[in-house]
Design a protein around this ligand. Structure first.
Ligand code: IMP
Length: 433
């Protein structure tokens, strides 16, 4: 039976947490398939407001299993903190499972992430990572010296893998970055503590997902970050180290593409980006400040102010094409309430030419100036609307224009952070997800 991916269409922080929470009630299994604690998914529901970094936003659906898939990198300290908070606030975490094949973020990954960012920032090349060790953990995975969650269960093997990995890591820390070596024994002891606390959650999650699908259950795939941060398809090198676009979903959870049905793309009504890298529609004016404060656009993981820009339909079209979205969800429409006019970027201009495609060349993208279409804003608030008929006609015109430009239609529009502040235009999932 089907697996339904929910994918960020921009640079992350599109509001996927709310959408997953909304859809989770009709799912049997909710899986995160990429990234790590660099993500910060905010969910507001009957149980309160939560900020999740590793645990899927579907954890609040008591009928469903929540899975940290093999494509993720897991910092057990962050996971344990998150589980403790959820449990203290009355959320059942028994049905949270962690893939044996997921990789661990170790203390040396976090240190190396920070040391490498410091080194890069002495030139002009800092990426502005979240400093959570995500890049170095994925680097070890592809270099085949990573330590996997399942390794925690076998003490002898764990010690051998740690010793092998840390010999090189400590040389890098001390000789390349002139930092302080990390003790293998200390990391090993910490691993044993993690194992004692997490053992009951560690399993063959690929089997659970395949069984659920085989028995006719519905699996919701919760994307993290966004398509424009994809290691291959994003604005390289200003990207994350995993594959947040839909292609990453099958590998990151261990399921055939045959199961993928509807692919939902989440877009904010404007753009945001945290960290460095090109964003052609960045406002850099008083409107940016105004919207940032109104929307609380600060990184959920690092607290850094997010950069804000007008909706970029060139990037949007690229993202729709890359993911093959079946429908879109527009979030945070209410943030644009009260602006005299709103702009949509319909093309890029450089000194030499005009472009209507998102370029692969990041240096070229850095030189692109946006070509805008300006539309009337709206005075009647959209905040809290639950029916399309409640929206002012200018807001409807804005939605329609985005649909035309990106080549895909909206199935939902979110008009506020709460579950019920949502306009459903089309039921997702042919069988009613
Ligand atoms: P890293 O994933 O920590 O290595 O950071 C690489 C880039 O991705 C930086 O620009 C981060 O700000 C950005 N990034 C990583 N995770 C997220 C996210 O969940 N939302 C938005 N940006 C993110």
């Amino acid at each position: 039976m089907p697996a339904y991916p929910v994918i960020g269409g921009q640079w992350g922080d599109e509001g996927k947490g709310k959408v997953v929470d909304f859809l989770a009630k009709n799912s049997d299994c909710i899986v995160r398939f990429a990234g790590g604690s660099n993500a910060g998914h905010t969910v507001i529901n009957d149980s309160g407001e939560f900020r999740l970094h590793l645990v899927p936003s579907g954890i609040f659906a008591s009928q469903a299993s929540s899975i940290i898939g093999n494509g993720m990198v897991v910092d057990p300290d962050v996971l344990l903190e998150e589980l403790a908070e959820l449990t203290n606030r009355g959320v059942d975490t028994q049905r949270l499972y962690v893939s044996q094949r997921a990789h661990l973020i170790m203390p040396y990954h976090i240190l190396l992430d920070q040391l490498e960012e410091e080194r890069r920032s002495q030139g002009a090349g800092a990426i502005g990572t979240t400093g959570r060790g995500v890049g170095p953990a994925y680097t070890d995975k592809t270099s085949r010296v990573g330590v996997r969650v399942g390794d925690l269960l076998d003490k002898d093997n764990l010690k051998a893998r740690l010793t092998q990995a840390m010999e090189l890591k400590n040389k890098m820390i001390t000789r390349v970055y002139e930092g302080e070596a990390i003790s293998v024994d200390e990391v090993y002891d910490r691993c044993l503590t993690w194992r004692d606390k997490l053992e009951g959650h560690i399993t063959d999650t690929e089997g659970i997902i395949q069984d659920t699908l085989g028995e006719g259950g519905k699996v919701l795939l919760e994307g993290a970050q966004g398509t424009l941060l994809d290691l291959d398809h994003g604005t390289y090198p200003y990207v994350t180290s995993s594959w947040p676009s839909v292609g990453g979903a099958c590998i990151g959870m261990g399921v055939s593409p045959n199961y993928i049905r509807e692919i939902t793309g989440i877009f904010k009504a404007y753009c945001t980006r945290v960290g460095r890298g090109p964003m052609p529609t960045e406002m850099l004016d008083a409107t940016e400040e105004l919207l940032r404060e109104k929307a609380g656009e600060y990184g959920a993981t690092t607290g850094r102010p997010r950069r804000l820009g007008w909706f970029d339909a060139v990037a949007g079209r690229y993202s729709v094409g890359l993911n093959g979205f079946s429908s879109l969800v527009l979030t945070r429409l209410d943030i644009l309430d009260g602006l005299p006019s709103v702009k949509i970027c319909v093309g890029y201009r450089t000194m030499e030419r005009e472009l209507d495609r998102f370029p692969a060349d990041t240096l070229l993208l850095e030189r692109c100036e946006p070509i805008y279409e300006e539309m009337s804003g709206w005075d009647i608030p959209t905040a809290g609307s639950t029916q399309i008929s409640e929206l002012p006609q200018e807001a409807v015109a804005y939605l329609k224009r985005i649909e035309e430009l990106v080549g895909c239609s909206f199935s939902m529009v979110s008009t506020g952070p709460k579950r019920e502040e949502t306009i459903v235009l089309k039921q997702l999932g042919s069988d009613g997800l």
